[in-house]
Ligand binder design. Structure first.
Ligand code: GDP
Length: 688
């Protein structure tokens, strides 16, 4: 049993996951030969199946790293492409097609690629071996195979035939050995012929004497010797190739051929023939090579591990991190900050938001319905000199003022408060959730970000119509009548004063901004020009304006300045009115729409908030963590969790390094036990 090779192949599989560096390469048998030398036939003989790409055109364009794994207890034979996720392929013609496709995928202009195809074949009929099939050397540069391709293939092969690899140099018997490209290549890197096995194919094509002589080659003696084979396969495609082991067929052929000729009789002439013998030799040579490279490989793994461990300590203070723990921690911490947020964003906050929104609507309605005409005599006198009584002089019995106030109140109550209020809160929640994401580790994870946003939207959308309807229903009475008591009036009077003050400030700020933008002088001349137009003292025609040096844009600024100035004047006036005696009690409501409208807004807000709190906020706070768990919790597959963690480059590096370290540790462990085994084998061997 070739235990060592088998174990080393296992270790190699682990090391491949680490990302093989040169030092960690374990020995393989590299198969080289010129085109049509019979290289594929030999390999297929060893595997027992036809599976390599065929065709007149050069089909092997990428190295095929072929691992054979002996599975003595299983009757199923199959291949796997570890990088492709195609699963177990039991149909070898499927493997052949896949290999052909992978090779043909190399662009014509690149000719060959050094990116290897990895293929593992499991069967009870194969030995544990690791072989590398390379593109065949081209002998004559044909028209469609340029010189450049020739040298590319040489470079590719040279890369693989370095130590510790064993070279399987395939040459055909009917070609003079001195001309064998494979042997010439091997001689360059292995001048004393220490790690090259010569395979002479097509022995049936030469005279047996000459054939036997080739196998005893004296010009280029190989320590591992030559093996003669006849690997001509029976016609493929029929039932034959599918169901009969290729090796048995070849062996039968070979026995018949070599049996006929005395020159090949076993033992006597010191020649080795037959694919079966070749296979045996490969196993032994590889096993021996593996044994030689044990210490070296072990040292290399040690060194890699030391470097990985050092880096892990320095960079991550030996803190373990896996994709799962990272996700779980991130999720926990997000839920925690969500919980904190729910404690800060409750009824009072919703109330404030909604009231602010309604305040804005109230201002719009007032501007539209009450503040639309500048009080003419205000322009002349200074505001504070104006008799306050004038400002609230409204006849409370006049139907005109009743209609005006009712209309304004309706404009507010019939605004679609349900939708508006629900929207305000839903938008605020979405924005807040976005801020929570930005403050969390999830900010660098598009997948998690989307999951949170989706969870948020889903719950809010589900609750939207029910909430909005409820709110709308409950504010319905206010559409018909608004009752005010003294306490409400006084409270709203204060509110109105504050609102007007803020609005005045906003106006003045905008005016200042405008003035700073275009200059005080320019603004005032533009404004007085627009004033003149308004009072008919200047032609509004564009030419007239432009003739005087006012561009259309400048006139626009002038109009804006006048609007802000007038608005500020009106608001100042209304602030005085609200402060005045006339607005001190609810009886003055027709003269003080600012206060009355605030009463309405307050009532709408209080009622809406009750339902928003129950229908939207509480529901959201209850459901969100559950919804998030569904999307980011236990239901994710291992692959999704890995993909998630890898989205963050920092985490990816951490996880990768840790994985690398763990794999190296595992490889080293296996290596150590293997070396102990070898030692004990040697000891018992020495005793006997
Ligand atoms: P590759 O290009 O080196 O992979 O060579 P192939 O394995 O495809 O073989 C080239 C040709 O040689 C095919 O037509 C094979 O059938 C034929 N061939 C392979 N081995 C033998 C052999 O031992 N004897 C004879 N007569 N023909 C062979």
């Amino acid at each position: 049993m070739m235990v060592l090779t088998r174990k080393m192949i296992e270790i190699r599989t682990i090391l491949q996951k680490v990302g093989q560096t040169g030092a960690l390469t374990l020995p393989s048998i590299v198969v080289i030969g010129s085109q049509s030398s019979g290289k594929s036939s030999v390999l297929e003989g060893i595997v027992g199946h036809e599976f390599l790409p065929k065709g007149s055109n050069m089909v092997t364009r990428r190295p095929i790293e072929l691992t054979l794994v002996n599975t003595p207890d299983s009757n199923v034979e199959y291949g796997e492409f570890p990088a492709l996720n195609l699963g177990k392929i039991t149909d070898f013609s499927h493997i052949q097609r896949t290999l052909t496709d992978l090779n043909l995928a190399v662009p014509e202009k690149d000719c060959v690629s050094d990116d290897p195809i990895r293929l593992t074949i499991y069967s009870k009929n194969v030995p544990d071996l690791s072989l590398i099939d390379l593109p065949g050397y081209i002998q004559i540069s044909a028209m469609d195979q340029p010189e450049e391709l020739k040298s590319k293939i040489f470079q590719l092969c040279d890369k693989y035939i370095q130590p510790p690899n064993v070279i399987l140099a395939v040459s055909a018997a009917d070609v003079d050995l001195a001309n064998s490209t494979a042997l010439r290549a091997s001689r360059r890197v292995d001048p004393r012929g220490e790690r090259t096995i010569g395979v002479i194919t097509k022995m049936d094509l030469v005279d047996p004497d000459r054939g036997a002589n080739i196998l005893r080659d004296k010009n280029y003696p190989l320590r591992l010797g030559y093996v003669g084979v006849v690997t001509k396969l029976p016609q493929s495609g029929g039932l034959f190739s599918r169901h009969i082991n290729v090796l048995s067929a070849i062996t039968k052929n070979e026995n018949a051929y070599f049996g006929q000729h005395q020159q090949f009789a076993a033992g006597e002439n010191g020649v080795t023939v037959g694919t079966y013998s070749l296979r045996r030799k490969l196993m032994e040579v590889l096993e021996a090579t593996m044994a030689q490279s044990l210490q070296g490989t072990s040292d290399a793994i040690h060194q890699e591990l030391e470097e990985a461990s050092y880096e892990f300590k320095v960079q991550y203070n030996d803190r373990p991190l896996t994709a799962e723990t990272y996700l779980a921690e991130s999720l926990d911490s997000f839920k925690h900050s969500f919980k904190e947020f729910t404690e800060l964003f409750g009824r009072p906050q919703v109330r404030m938001l909604l009231k602010q929104e309604l305040d804005q609507r109230v201002l719009d309605i007032l501007a539209q319905r009450y503040w639309n005409k500048p009080v003419p005599d205000l322009k002349k006198a200074r505001l504070d000199e104006h008799p306050l009584a004038e400002l609230t002089k409204v006849d409370p019995d006049e139907l005109y003022w009743h209609r005006k106030l009712d209309g304004s109140s309706s404009a507010l109550t019939k605004l679609g408060i349900g939708r508006l209020a629900t929207n305000v809160v839903a938008n605020a929640l979405s924005t807040q959730m976005d801020q929570l994401i930005e403050a969390s580790t999830f900010r660098s994870h598009p997948f998690a970000k989307k999951a949170i946003q989706d969870s948020t939207n889903q719950i809010l959308n589900e609750r939207f119509y029910a909430t909005s309807d409820q709110v709308e229903n409950c504010i319905k009475p206010y559409k018909f009548e608004i009752e005010v008591d003294d306490r409400e009036w006084n409270h709203s009077r204060e509110n109105a004063q504050r609102l007007l003050k803020d609005e005045l400030k906003a106006c003045e700020d905008s005016y200042k901004k405008l003035r700073d933008q275009i200059g005080a002088k320019k603004l005032s001349s533009a404004m007085s020009f627009v004033d003149k137009i308004r009072t008919g003292k200047a032609p509004e025609m564009q030419e007239g304006a432009e003739a005087l040096g006012f561009s259309q844009a400048m006139l626009e600024k002038g109009r804006e300045g006048i609007f802000l100035r007038d608005r500020a004047d009106i608001i100042k006036m209304r602030m005085l009115a609200v402060k005045s005696k006339g607005c001190a009690t609810k009886e003055g409501k027709y003269a003080c729409p600012e206060i009355f409208m605030d009463v309405v807004a307050e009532k709408l807000t209080s009622t809406a908030v009750l339902f928003l709190n129950v229908e939207l906020l509480s529901e959201f706070y209850y459901n969100f963590p559950r919804e998030l768990d569904l999307r980011l919790g236990r239901h994710l597959s291992q692959a999704q969790i890995e993909a998630f963690a890898r989205e963050d480059p920092k985490i990816r590096k951490h996880v990768d390094l840790q994985q690398r370290k763990q794999l190296l540790e595992l490889a080293l462990q296996k290596m150590d036990s293997l070396m102990a085994l070898e030692k004990s084998k040697k000891a018992t061997g020495d005793e006997t």
